[in-house]
Design a binder for this molecule. Structure first.
Ligand code: GUN
Length: 304
C-alpha cells in the first residue's frame, strides 16, 4: 500500500516581493510626475560587520531599481556616537531624504535607542522609533517595522483573514517579535509570544495555527512541534558551519524538511521572508514620502 506524503505549500516570498517592488516602482514614477522629485532613502552603516554590509548593499540596489534616490553613509566601528547623531539630525532636515535607516546592530559603545530615537518619526522607515512602536501598540497609524509587516503580507496572501486564529510568535525582539505580535493582534488573532525562557516550548508551538519563528537558532523548531496544517513563517537567517566541501548554507529557525511533512504552508530560507524585508522598506519609504508631501501641502494651505 502506498502512503501519501503530506507536503506543505511553499510560500514564495521572492516572487511576492518582486511583484510588490514592481508596483512600488510604478507608484514612484507617479510620485515623481506629481511632485517633481523622487523619494529618497538614506542608509547609515557603522562598522564592518559582513552581514550588515551585504544587507546595506542590497538595500541600496533595491532603492535604485525602484527609481528612488539613495544616500549611503559608512562610519568606522569606533566612530563617536555624537558623529552619528549629528548626521541623523542633518538628514532629518534634508528635504531630499524621506527615509532614514541605521543598520543594526551598532557597536556596543553606541546607545542604540538614543540613535534610533534621534531619527525624525516621519522619516523612521524601519519603524523602530519609540513613538512609532507606541503608535503601533495603540493600534494607531504608524511606520511599521519591515520584517514583521512583510510576514503579515505573506500570511494574509496565504490564508486570507487571520481572525480568530492562534498565532505563536517565537522571539521577543523589538525588531520582529514584539511588532509581529502587535500586527497579529490588530488582525484579531489570539497571540502568544514565546521565547528562550518559555516552559515547554514544543507544547506552546504545537498550539499555533500560525507559527512565526524569529529566534536566530538554526533548526530549533522541529516538525513534531507543529500542529498538523499550521502555517509557518520562518524569519531566521542562520549560516551553517562549513560542510565537507567547505561550503556553508543559509537555514532558518525551523527544521524545514520535517516541517514540510506537517505544516500546510511554510516559507523557505532563503527565498521567503528575506526578500520581503527589502520590498517593505521601499514601501515604507514611499509611504513616508507621500505623508511628508501632504504635510507640506497642508502647511502651504494653513500658512498662506
Ligand atoms: N538588522 C537586522 N534587521 C534589521 C532591520 O530590519 N533594520 C535595520 N536597520 N537593521 C537590521
Amino acid at each position: 500500500m502506498r502512503t501519501t506524503e503530506v507536503t506543505a505549500h511553499i510560500i514564495d516570498g521572492k516572487a511576492f516581493a518582486a511583484g510588490l517592488r514592481e508596483q512600488i516602482a510604478c507608484e514612484v514614477s507617479q510620485f515623481q510626475e506629481q511632485f517633481g522629485r523622487t523619494p529618497g532613502l538614506a542608509v547609515i552603516l557603522v562598522g564592518d560587520d559582513p552581514a550588515s554590509r551585504v544587507y546595506v548593499g542590497a538595500k541600496g540596489r533595491a532603492t535604485q531599481e525602484a527609481g528612488m534616490g539613495g544616500f549611503e553613509f559608512s562610519f568606522s566601528k569606533d566612530v563617536g556616537q555624537s558623529e552619528v547623531v549629528t548626521l541623523i539630525k542633518e538628514l532629518n532636515n534634508d528635504e531630499r531624504v524621506d527615509g532614514i535607516l541605521v543598520q543594526l546592530p551598532l557597536p556596543p559603545h553606541i546607545d542604540t535607542s538614543l540613535v534610533l530615537d534621534t531619527i525624525s518619526p516621519e522619516k523612521d522607515v524601519d519603524g523602530f522609533h519609540m513613538l512609532n512602536a507606541g503608535r503601533l501598540a495603540c493600534g494607531l497609524p504608524s511606520l511599521v517595522p519591515c520584517t514583521p509587516l512583510g510576514c503579515l503580507m505573506l500570511l494574509e496572501h496565504t490564508l486570507g483573514s487571520l481572525a480568530g486564529l492562534h498565532a505563536v510568535v517565537v522571539g521577543r525582539s523589538n525588531i520582529v517579535g514584539k511588532p509581529m505580535a502587535q500586527l497579529l493582534l490588530q488582525r484579531d488573532c489570539t497571540v502568544t509570544i514565546a521565547h528562550s525562557r518559555s516552559r515547554d516550548l514544543p507544547a506552546v508551538v504545537r498550539s499555533g495555527d500560525i507559527v512565526v519563528a524569529a529566534v536566530g537558532r538554526a533548526g530549533l523548531i522541529r516538525g513534531d512541534w507543529l500542529k498538523p496544517g499550521a502555517t509557518v513563517i520562518d524569519v531566521g537567517i542562520n549560516r551553517t558551519s562549513t560542510d565537507a566541501d567547505g561550503k556553508s548554507r543559509l537555514v532558518g529557525d525551523v527544521a524545514f524538511d520535517e516541517a514540510c511533512e506537517v505544516a500546510s504552508s511554510i516559507t523557505p530560507v532563503p527565498g521567503g521572508v528575506g526578500p520581503m524585508t527589502i520590498a517593505v522598506l521601499l514601501k515604507n519609504t514611499l509611504t513616508a514620502a507621500i505623508a511628508r508631501q501632504s504635510l507640506s501641502l497642508e502647511k502651504v494651505q494653513v500658512d498662506p
